[in-house]
Design a protein around this ligand. Structure first.
Ligand code: 5GP
Ligand code: MN
Length: 335
């Protein structure tokens, strides 16, 4: 479903006038925020602050340490540090969230606010008083860029750096199928505003913690190929994370390895939840299978080539559940 140009323009101007009219804003990220969510949120919170607004970026879970180099962190906090009773924002802006519940504990801070939904997931439910969902955008960062242009706010070097990170991470370094001519045009413009691509790449793609490399080794040891070599599965348990000294966000990037195996169309990463109640399953596909549909059947969501869902049970039960849904989709037949 492609939103019409006018509906995008209408939503942009509605958001612009909401921002002009109101003074206090809370920006909500999704649970386990990724580079797009963090970069988009930090860019928008700085833009609002530069306009003299009161604005706070809030996430349930911490930002992955790789994004510590980004500017604007002083305007970010975690939901657990705020008492919802003492907090009031006139407008809540959901960033990169398919549905309000994705904000987790942050949702408690939005109960009396006007809701704005800015996202690029096909599985977005269209919630909110104003909804700006553009599935063709490679990253929410592209949409935030357009919003800032529509608002006429200056794009500083700091904002440009955050937006570049948003786009570079969700496109896998401008390599995934979501990368378009417009993606490069926006990235080029951001470079003009002061983003330095090689420095950003050095931080986000070329620097890893020892613990994440140790965890990668353990995860790759669990590799299983099935469905005639078209499905590759890896898993990460809490034990493995403890042994590697790694945090849950250090699983990011692992799933790219099984997908890169020749002949693999779909890869899965099972990551055990911190409370042991089940697994977060990441789905990636190479070029054909729409994994967002599979994730949605399991109560999750995402994009055609990258999606996720939470599945209860032990590893055996969770993988049985996921495999039975995958097999219903009849995706292993064509070559
Ligand atoms: P990842 O596998 O990297 O966690 O996520 C891949 C994509 O799927 C991201 O765009 C992410 O927002 C989305 N996603 C991951 N997990 C969930 C989930 O549990 N629910 C929903 N709705 N989307 C998810
Ligand atoms: Mn995104």
């Amino acid at each position: 479903m492609k939103p019409s140009l006018s509906s995008v323009e209408d939503a942009l101007s509605e958001i612009r006038s909401l921002i002009e009219k109101h003074h206090s804003f809370v920006l909500l990220e999704h649970q386990k925020p990724d580079g797009d969510c963090v970069g988009s949120g930090l860019a928008l919170v700085q833009a609002l602050r530069n306009l003299g607004k009161q604005a706070l970026l809030v996430s349930q879970d911490p930002h992955p340490a790789v994004y510590d180099f980004l500017p604007g962190r002083e305007f970010h906090t975690r939901a657990q540090y705020i008492e919802p009773e003492d907090f009031r924002a006139e407008v809540a802006i959901f960033i990169d969230c398919t549905d309000p519940e994705r904000a987790g504990k942050g949702l408690e801070l939005a109960s009396n606010s006007i809701w704005v939904n800015i996202d690029h997931h096909v599985s977005n439910t269209g919630f909110g008083d104003v909804s700006l969902v553009v599935p063709d955008a490679a990253a929410t960062g592209e949409i935030i860029y357009k919003l800032l242009l529509a608002m006429g706010v200056p794009i500083t070097k700091e904002i440009a750096t955050c937006l570049f990170v948003a786009i570079a991470t969700d496109t896998g370094g401008f390599r995934y199928q979501n990368t378009t001519q417009e993606t490069f045009e926006i990235a080029g413009a951001l470079t003009g505003y002061g983003a330095i691509p090689w420095e950003i790449a050095e931080h986000i793609f070329e620097t890893r913690s020892v613990s994440s490399i140790l965890l990668l080794g353990k995860a790759l040891n669990t590799l299983k190929l099935s469905r005639g070599g078209k499905l590759a599965t890896v898993s990460v348990t809490r034990d493995m994370m403890a042994q590697a000294g790694a945090s849950p966000d250090e699983t990011e990037g692992i799933i790219g390895y099984p997908r890169s195996i020749s002949g693999v169309e779909v890869s899965l990463l099972f990551r055990e939840m911190e409370d042991g109640s089940g697994f977060h399953v990441s789905f990636r596909s190479r070029s054909k299978v729409d994994v967002s549909k599979i994730a949605m059947r399991l109560g999750g969501g995402g994009h055609p080539r990258a999606a996720g869902a939470l599945v209860k049970g032990n590893l055996e039960e969770a993988s049985q559940k996921v495999l039975s849904v995958l097999d219903e989709f009849d995706i292993w037949m064509d070559s």
